[in-house]
Write a protein that binds this ligand. Structure first.
Ligand code: GUN
Length: 295
């Protein structure tokens, strides 16, 4: 059996097209474009790349982006003061603080300062708290987890009643995606570094979400035949045949897994493009909510 490859790049392009149309309509009818503020602290190359990609994606759909670049040495007070300025800025509908932050800054304290109506990453404790409870509604859901659900939905993969196994319990992916799958009536199992007999657990998964950050750790024989495998990992491995000296691989051994799974996302070109598409969608939703067009 060879799995159907879930083309996240194509699905994300469709979504970006839908967003561009909505942004154009908003401009026409209300005379405003949504605005996203991206706060980048320090000089991490990966964070710089992510922020650059996010700003470029904004420009392509007509969302205004406002870059706030701060030095590695910025104090927590100064960073919080900048977040508060953005909270008060009427042109800003979404605020993202790129993570990780330098060690001397308390991430939780900073994220808690973001106005929950502008929390497009969905990392504010109130939004995460609402996501973790039954019958409560977060204003925003974190982008990568939202992208994972969107990929499953747009591929026609049923979630209700299925066994979903999540590898990883991070605040950014593992935990929130588990909550979303639970709200959709999947039976969830969350695995982590202390889980015993991992392959035995993953082999029970109808839906397997890999978000552990370990290159190609999930082997073909960890997968139930026909399962949907969503690979959130992005790992650089040395590759002398590439100009840049490395290539990106997921947490799943793609070549082995595609022979067993029913559906699989590639890396790159699977979940990654969806994260940015969901950030744009959240930013648009932020403006629509402020205009009273959605709840
Ligand atoms: N760092 C890794 N992923 C993310 C993300 O989705 N949002 C932010 N702000 N930082 C990240």
């Amino acid at each position: 059996m060879t799995a159907q490859i879930i083309d996240g790049k194509a699905i994300a392009a469709t979504i970006r097209g839908e967003i561009a149309k909505e942004v154009a309509k908003l401009k026409e009818e209300h005379g405003v474009a949504p605005g996203l503020a991206a706060v980048l602290v320090g000089e991490r190359k990966d964070s710089q790349t992510y922020v650059r990609m996010k700003k470029k994606a904004c420009a392509e759909v007509g969302i205004k982006s406002i870059g706030v670049d701060l030095p590695e040495s910025v104090s927590q007070e100064e960073l919080i003061a900048r977040v508060r300025e953005l909270n008060a800025d009427p042109e800003v509908d979404g605020i993202l603080v790129q993570l990780p932050l330098p060690d001397h800054i308390n991430e939780e304290a900073v994220l808690a300062e973001i106005d929950i109506t502008k929390d497009v990453d969905g990392f504010h404790p109130i939004n995460i708290g609402r996501l973790s409870m039954k019958g409560r509604h977060p204003l925003f859901v974190p982008c990568t987890p939202r992208g994972v659900i969107e990929l499953l939905d747009r591929t026609g993969i049923e979630i209700e009643g299925k066994n979903a196994v999540i590898l990883g319990r991070s605040n950014i992916v593992g935990l929130p995606v588990s909550m979303l799958l639970l709200h959709r009536n999947a039976t969830i199992t969350i695995c982590h570094s202390r889980t015993k007999n991992l392959p035995e657990v993953t082999r029970r998964a109808d839906i397997l979400i890999a978000a552990i950050g370990r290159a190609e750790m999930v082997r073909g024989d960890w997968i139930k035949p026909g399962a949907a495998v969503i690979d959130v990992g992005v790992n650089a491995v040395d590759d002398a045949t590439r100009k840049r000296g490395y290539r990106l691989v997921g947490d799943v051994n793609f070549e082995e897994a595609k022979e067993v799974a029913g559906y699989i996302t590639p890396v790159p070109g699977g979940v990654g493009p969806m994260t940015i598409a969901m950030l744009l969608k959240n930013t648009l939703d932020g403006r629509k909510r402020r205009l009273g067009l959605i709840e």
